[in-house]
Design a protein around this ligand. Structure first.
Ligand code: GLU
Length: 464
C-alpha cells in the first residue's frame, strides 16, 4: 500500500507553528515511506477564509521547503462532488432530511438542559422501519443529517494516543448539508480523505472529537478507514496554550525575525518527537528516522532559547555566500548602504559565529555600512579624557601602517607598551568609536575590514 498523507489547513489566518509541525510530520511520514504528501486547503468557511491566508500557507510551506506531491486542492472547488456524495448517502439510506426549525431545535435543547441531559438531536426526522415521519413543512429548507449508528462503539488505534473508543450513543446525527445545500466541514473532510486515498491522517488533537463521526461516515461510504495520529498541542514557554502573546507564532514571522528554515524545521521536528538525544539533524536524516511511535502524547512546550541555540548552530554552519543575499536585504531595511567595501562576505564571516538570528547578525554588522550609533553609556565609560591623547597617538601610527590586522595589532601594542597600559584600555574605546558599542570581535580584524580611511575618519570624529 502506498502511504498518502495530507496537510489540510483552513485558510483563516497565517500558517502557525502548530500547523507547520503537523505539515512537517505528515510530509516526513510520506517521505519516509516513499509515499505522497498532499496539500488540501479547507476553505469552506467562506466567512473566515481569505486569499491572503491561502497565500500565507503557500508561502510558509515554500519557505520551509515542505513540497507536496499533489495539490493544493481547494474544497470550494469540489462542491459538486460533495453534493454527489450527499445524494449517494441519501439514496442508500445513510442520510436523511431534517425539517426542524431553529426554534424547534432551541426548544429541544432548552428542554434537555432543564432535564440535566446532554443536548443532542433527538432523531425526530430519522427514518426507522415502521416509524411514521411528520409531514414536511413547506416553509423550511431542510438540512441533511447523517444517520449515525445507534449502538456499538467506534474504536480506533490512535497512532499517538493509543486505543480510543467512543460509544455511538454519544454521537447524534450530524448535519452534513445545511439548508442551502452546502456541505459541512466534517463531511468534506470525509469525502476528501476517502477520495484522495489518505492512509494516515496526522493532525492536531483538537480534531479527536471529530474522528468517531468521520469514521462512521467513512464506513457508511464503504471507504477504507485511514489510520489516525493526533498530535498533542504546543504550549508556550510559560506552559500556556501557544498564542500571539508568546511572540511570533506565524511561520513567516520567524523568517522575518531572522531564523533559518532549516533551524525552524529541526526545532519543530523535536517538538513532541525524539530520536534518542539527537538535537541537530538534517531533514534527510529526520525523514529516515521519523516514525509515529516516538511522538509523545503529552503536550510539547515551546522553548525559544532552544530554538535560538539551534538557529545559531545553522547560521554558524552556513557559508557567508549563502547568507549574503538575505543579510543584504536586512541591512537595507536597517537603512545601511551595502556597498562593495567592506567586503560583505568577510564581514559575515567575522560575525556569524556570534549571533542567534540573522537580524542580530545584520544589526551587529550595520556599522560597517553606516555611521555607528554611539551607545551613550559605553561612550561615557570608555571615551575618557585621559584616553583621547593615547588614541590620537595611535591614529598617527595607523596612518603609516600597512593595513593588515597584524600590523594594526602591532600598532596598538606599540602605544599600549609605550604608555604602560593594558590592551583593553585602548581596545575598548576603539570599539566604541568604530562600532558604537563595547563588544566586537577582535578589534584589529574589525579595523582591517573597515578600511584605513574610515577608521581614521571615525576616530577623528570623536577626537575633534
Ligand atoms: N482544516 C482543519 C484545521 O485547519 C484540519 C482538518 C484535518 O486535518 O482533518 O484545523
Amino acid at each position: 500500500m502506498i502511504v498518502r498523507t495530507r496537510f489540510a489547513p483552513s485558510p483563516t489566518g497565517f500558517l502557525h507553528i502548530g500547523g507547520a509541525r503537523t505539515a512537517l510530520f505528515s510530509w516526513a511520514f510520506a517521505k519516509k515511506h516513499k509515499g505522497d504528501f498532499i496539500l488540501r486547503i479547507e476553505d469552506t468557511d467562506v466567512a473566515r477564509s481569505t486569499p491572503e491566508a491561502v497565500q500565507a500557507i503557500l508561502d510558509g510551506m515554500h519557505w520551509l521547503g515542505l513540497d507536496y506531491d499533489e495539490g493544493p486542492f481547494y474544497q470550494m472547488q469540489r462542491m459538486d462532488r460533495y453534493k454527489e456524495v450527499i445524494q449517494k448517502m441519501l439514496d442508500e439510506g445513510n442520510a436523511y432530511y431534517c425539517y426542524c426549525s431553529r426554534e424547534e431545535l432551541d426548544a429541544l435543547r432548552e428542554n434537555q438542559m432543564q432535564q440535566g441531559v446532554k443536548p443532542r438531536y433527538d432523531g425526530r426526522w430519522r427514518p426507522e422501519t415502521g416509524k411514521v415521519l411528520p409531514q414536511p413543512p413547506q416553509d423550511v429548507s431542510p438540512v441533511i443529517r447523517f444517520r449515525n449508528p445507534q449502538s456499538g462503539n467506534v474504536v480506533w488505534n490512535d497512532l499517538v494516543k493509543g486505543e480510543i473508543s467512543i460509544a455511538n450513543q454519544e454521537l447524534d446525527d450530524l448535519i452534513i448539508a445545511r439548508g442551502d445545500g452546502t456541505p459541512t466541514y466534517n463531511f468534506c473532510v470525509v469525502v476528501d480523505d476517502w477520495e484522495m486515498g489518505i492512509t494516515q491522517v496526522i493532525r492536531g488533537d483538537d480534531h479527536v472529537n471529530n474522528t468517531p463521526r468521520q469514521i462512521n461516515m467513512l464506513m457508511a461510504l464503504g471507504a477504507t478507514i485511514p489510520q489516525y495520529a493526533h498530535l498533542s498541542m504546543i504550549l508556550g514557554d510559560d506552559g500556556q496554550k501557544l498564542s500571539k502573546r508568546h511572540g511570533a507564532v506565524s511561520v513567516m514571522q520567524y523568517h522575518e525575525d531572522g531564523y533559518l528554515p532549516e533551524a525552524v524545521l529541526n526545532y519543530l521536528a523535536r517538538l513532541g518527537w525524539s530520536h534518542g538525544d539527537d538535537e541537530i539533524f538534517s531533514m534527510q536524516q529526520f525523514c529516515e528516522w521519523f516514525d509515529l511511535d516516538h511522538i509523545t502524547p503529552s503536550a510539547a512546550q515551546f522553548n525559544t532559547e532552544k530554538l535560538n541555540w539551534i538557529n545559531a548552530h545553522y547560521i554558524k554552519q552556513a557559508s557567508a555566500e549563502s547568507l549574503a543575499a538575505d543579510i543584504t536585504q536586512r541591512l537595507v531595511k536597517l537603512g545601511a548602504n551595502v556597498s562593495e567595501q567592506p567586503n560583505l562576505l568577510a564581514v559575515i564571516n567575522l560575525y556569524k559565529e556570534r549571533v542567534s538570528t540573522l537580524n542580530e547578525l545584520a544589526t551587529n554588522i550595520a556599522y560597517f555600512y553606516q555611521k555607528p550609533v554611539m551607545d551613550a553609556a559605553a561612550a561615557e565609560k570608555h571615551l575618557t579624557n585621559d584616553i583621547k591623547p593615547v588614541i590620537a597617538a595611535l591614529a598617527e601610527l595607523l596612518k603609516a601602517a600597512d593595513w593588515q590586522a597584524e600590523s594594526i595589532h602591532h600598532a596598538i601594542n606599540e602605544v599600549v607598551t609605550q604608555r604602560q597600559l593594558k590592551f583593553p584600555k585602548v581596545a575598548m574605546p576603539l570599539r566604541v568609536m568604530l562600532t558604537g558599542i563595547a563588544q566586537s570581535p577582535s578589534i584589529d580584524q574589525v579595523m582591517a575590514l573597515l578600511g584605513k580611511d574610515e577608521v581614521l575618519a571615525r576616530i577623528e570624529q570623536v577626537l575633534k
